[in-house]
Design a protein around this ligand. Structure first.
Ligand SMILES: Cc1cc2nc3c(=O)[nH]c(=O)nc-3n(C[C@H](O)[C@H](O)[C@H](O)COP(=O)(O)OP(=O)(O)OC[C@H]3O[C@@H](n4cnc5c(N)ncnc54)[C@H](O)[C@@H]3O)c2cc1C
Length: 260
């Protein structure tokens, strides 16, 4: 598909690309030479627009005592679309230096937190659970099922309410009935089992955020809401778990910090 979508936020590659000569080969890195699709990005997100939520310029997060940088920090360094290809590594390195120094200064002001033996046992049991299961689903099989739900272009790129809702139903099913039955035959598969669970939670977060944002902006394109909605949507979406373990989404206006 190669068409100009009515999204007013175009990527660098779309707007500044020199005209191609008839029959000429494109000189782009592998994986980057395909036709652009409205500036959208695979994975439903771009570097730095997902991750732990910062509360200040010191890389401190909403989780007290936790500092993060790079791809792990939702610093929004690149905005809502990747306009400076290659800026991500440099930004991660700079943030890493800032976060490291800030965390070191903070750690001097607090006592070492003691974790009880019971808590450690509980966490260990949770981590090893897939290894102990005699029957269940392999992480590879569940991951393939997740990919078949998330990769179609009508979920990943050209989104609308019905297709996002359909994908969300499948993802919630994976979370409810497949994650508790993930089975690992080796330590390698154990790592994959936890990765698979994390990918499913991540997919749910992105689908719910895509459903909530009823407009099109930068790399997010909704067929049913093709225009920018500056009145309601000059905002990022933050996601957290409430005390009943529900996934809750809330807006964070642009140019503001999240609350501590
Ligand atoms: C395919 C691809 C192409 C890219 N191309 C470019 C490009 O051309 N230019 C550019 O600037 N950026 C590019 N990026 C983005 C760039 O690579 C990332 O933004 C950057 O590497 C993020 O750095 P980071 O230090 O935050 O995370 P990472 O580089 O992911 O480092 C995190 C490290 O933590 C380790 N780790 C994870 N969990 C644990 C744990 N529990 N204990 C110990 N260690 C752990 C991981 O193994 C990893 O080594 C690309 C990314 C991808 C995926």
């Amino acid at each position: 598909m190669h068409q100009e979508l009515p999204n007013r936020c175009h990527s660098f590659r779309q707007t500044n690309r020199p005209p191609r000569e008839e029959g000429a080969k494109e000189h782009m890195p592998p994986g980057m030479s395909a036709s652009p699709v409205g500036g959208s990005s695979a994975g439903l997100s771009i570097h730095k627009s997902e991750g732990i939520v910062p509360i200040n310029e010191k890389c401190e997060s909403t989780i007290k005592g936790l500092y993060a940088a790079g791809d792990a920090l939702g610093s929004h360094m690149s905005g809502g679309i990747y306009t400076q290809i290659g800026s991500s590594l440099a930004g991660s390195a700079v943030q890493g230096a800032i976060a490291g120094e800030s965390a070191a200064i903070y750690s001097k002001s607090v006592d070492l937190v003691k974790i009880s033996y019971e808590k450690m046992q509980e966490v260990e049991k949770e981590i090893l659970a897939p290894l102990k299961r005699k029957q269940g689903y392999s992480p590879a099989w569940v991951t393939q099922t997740l990919q078949s739900v998330m990769i179609p272009n009508f979920v990943l790129y050209i989104k609308k309410e019905s297709t996002l809702q359909g994908a969300l139903s499948y993802v919630e099913e994976l979370l409810a009935h497949h994650v508790p039955m993930l089975k690992a035959d080796s330590l390698h598969e154990l790592r994959l089992a936890h990765e698979t669970e994390n990918m499913i939670i991540n997919a749910k977060m992105k689908l719910k955020a895509s459903l909530m944002r009823k407009e099109s902006r930068c790399s997010h394109y909704r067929l049913d809401y093709p225009n920018l909605d500056d009145k309601n949507w000059r905002a990022w979406i933050n996601i957290y778990q409430d005390e009943n373990k529900n996934m809750v989404l809330e807006k964070q206006p642009f140019d503001t910090w999240a609350k501590a």
